[in-house]
Design a protein around this ligand. Structure first.
Ligand SMILES: Nc1ncnc2c1ncn2[C@@H]1O[C@H](COP(=O)(O)OP(=O)(O)OP(=O)(O)O)[C@@H](O)[C@H]1O
Ligand SMILES: [Mg+2]
Length: 239
């Protein structure tokens, strides 16, 4: 008899409201009563119209803001009990337009909030994980293409050894070929390395290539939870 291991629930959002650290008096509340769970190894897409609160939600998961109501749990403990720096390492956010600093890719990868010392071998491995070779280490980071910057940004996150990777519109600024490259890269990280992904996107093609669960946000509410295969019409309607 085989016993199937139950997937571990690593993140729980329970009736979470809030978003964007604005003056509490003026706060209208961007997100309202958001509830969902994420299990280790999940690939979750979050989609919905512009302004529906997708980025606001990622900011809460990364402790850039804290909820005004409800609670987020990470490994069963309230997210607010974790140090923000620790959380940003374990739940790492990759932005839509990655910020590169002046200097080489090496200098960009070595510039870390945790002051971690990294060997040349580790840097090369991180580049290989995102499909780039070691020659990129000496390239000027400002002169990379959008897709290459996106990959360096993912490599930078991976160097912190995250459990969850949050990606905010990772392919919306890229052409189709780069979209496919990034989609395949993150899908591999999920399927082969078991990295848990939460990906905000309005692109049906990305959702389909990744597969998995899809949350649909509208005006700060989750209005539908479905699977990538069933989300085509929903995504087409809100392109
Ligand atoms: N810095 C801010 N302070 C207060 N409210 C903000 C701030 N930035 C955005 N908002 C508002 O919060 C709401 C949700 O914004 P959010 O950026 O989460 O939307 P989104 O779903 O990510 O949209 P998009 O697809 O355009 O990126 C919007 O009504 C927006 O105007
Ligand atoms: Mg956004």
């Amino acid at each position: 008899m085989t016993i199937e291991a139950k997937p571990e629930t690593i993140l729980i959002c329970r009736e979470v409201s809030g978003g964007y650290a604005v003056d509490a008096q003026a706060h209208r509340g961007v997100l309202m009563a958001i509830s969902f769970q994420v299990q280790a190894g999940d690939c979750l897409s979050i989609t919905g119209p512009s302004g529906s609160g997708k980025s606001a939600l990622l900011r809460l998961l990364n402790r850039f803001d804290d909820p005004t109501q409800g609670e987020i749990y990470f490994h069963g403990k309230p997210l607010q009990t974790f140090d923000p720096l620790e959380i940003r390492k374990r739940i790492s956010l990759v932005l839509q337009n990655p910020v590169m600093f002046h200097g080489t890719v090496r200098e960009n990868l070595l510039r870390r909030p945790d002051k971690q010392q990294l060997s040349e071998t580790t840097l090369v491995q991180a580049l290989e994980e995102v499909g780039l070779d070691r020659s990129f280490l000496d390239r000027n980071a400002m002169e990379l293409s959008g897709g290459e910057k996106q990959r360096i940004s993912i490599a930078r996150s991976l160097l912190g050894g995250p459990e969850i990777l949050l990606l905010d519109e990772p392919t919306s600024a890229l052409d189709r070929r780069s979209l496919h490259l990034i989609a395949d890269l993150i899908t591999q990280l999920n399927r082969v390395k078991g990295l848990t992904l939460i990906v905000v996107t309005h692109q049906a093609e990305l959702v389909h290539r990744m597969g998995g669960r899809v949350l649909f946000l509208e005006r700060g509410h989750i209005v539908q939870e479905t699977w990538a295969e069933q989300a085509t019409r929903l995504l087409e309607e809100h392109r």
